[in-house]
Design a protein around this ligand. Structure first.
Ligand code: PEP
Ligand code: MG
Length: 317
């Protein structure tokens, strides 16, 4: 690529009328972190910390975790935001050292933050490692699968205790918005969460009550379903009422049919796979915020996901 093209790719993504949207990376390990900055990624919007816990017979130690989180933060430098999600496992993928009794409905059972609150030593160890790594840069942490305000309070209380014990100030704490109850109650959550990151993969599956991995249902599990869009809109409004930022880290953030609508709904940050970063930034630069806002209004009034997708007919699928 020409030098100017590369320099341009590293610039922020700003719409033609001057509205900036941050484009971050979703990553699943330390190795990926090294590639983000080169393709124009402006931060990490989601580090799935599961990679540290999978395929092993015992949980990773506090030191081992500290080392991995430190490596990710160092790869991004002193100024770029790194959002790390605490362990998100559940009954569908049990770990040998973290047994979860067999459940009839693992996706409605012990998963995400519920596992960490039930086994406090696992979450506390992770929080201590995150606190120790936090001095390397700008670390933000978020909790997965939050459903009630009490869960957030309990997780934050653990963080406050570990922070005090280590003498390291706490990092900003956000939540994944993946459960419809949280989107509906967003304005309340925004008084206690420092930021939101919408996990549209799970939010869509729980809104439509359709398994996101179901071979027959998968095509219908579309985050551009107007029901999901209305929940996204409600989440962003709740966040804005308390001056909190909202990102989207589910797969829809990298869908060209969705980007203009999400920008129009007022999202502050899109977190996508590393290869999608340049494309999403290029698309944002071609947009105009006021057009996107009109488009988003129309999308919210649509009846079906197909109708929403047809609002952007020029795009190739
Ligand atoms: C999501 O649910 O949209 C999300 C980003 O989390 P995961 O895909 O890891 O469940
Ligand atoms: Mg999820």
């Amino acid at each position: 690529r020409r030098k100017e093209d590369i320099a341009h790719a590293l610039q922020p993504a700003v719409t033609s009328d001057g509205h900036r949207v941050a484009v971050f990376a979703n990553i699943g390990g330390v190795k990926d972190a090294g590639q983000i900055v080169d393709v124009g990624g402006e931060g990490v919007g989601l580090l799935r910390s599961e990679f540290l816990f999978m395929d092993r017979s015992a949980a990773p130690s506090e030191d081992e975790q500290t080392e991995s989180y430190t490596a990710v933060i160092r790869a991004l430098g002193k100024e770029k935001h790194v959002i790390i999600r605490t362990l998100d496992v559940g009954g569908d993928k049990p770990l040998p050292y973290l047994p979860i009794p067999k459940e009839d409905n693992p996706f409605l059972g012990e998963r995400g933050i519920r596992v960490g609150l039930d086994r406090p030593e696992v979450l506390r160890t992770q929080l201590r490692a995150l606190l120790r790594a936090s001095k390397e840069g700008v670390l933000h942490v978020m909790f997965p699968m939050i459903a009630t305000v009490q869960e957030l309070r309990d997780a934050k209380a653990m963080l406050a205790e570990e922070s005090k014990a280590l003498g390291i100030p706490p990092f900003p704490c956000g939540i994944m918005v993946e459960v419809p109850a949280v989107a509906v109650m967003a304005e309340t959550f925004a008084t206690e969460a420092d930021f939101f990151s919408i996990g549209t993969n799970d939010l869509t599956q729980y809104t439509l009550a359709m398994d996101r991995g179901h071979p027959k249902l998968a095509p219908k599990v579309d985050a551009l379903n107007p029901a999901v869009l209305r929940l996204i809109a409600q989440t962003i409004e709740g966040a804005q009422a308390h001056k909190r930022l909202t990102g989207i880290c589910g797969g829809i953030a990298g869908d060209p049919h969705a980007v203009p609508i999400l920008v129009g709904l007022g999202v502050d940050e899109l977190s996508v796979s590393i290869p999608a970063i340049p494309t999403v930034k290029a698309q944002i630069r071609r947009l105009n915020l006021s057009d996107c806002q009109k488009l988003a209004k129309r999308a919210l009034d649509c009846t079906t996901a197909e109708e929403v997708r047809a609002l952007m007919p020029d795009l190739e699928d």
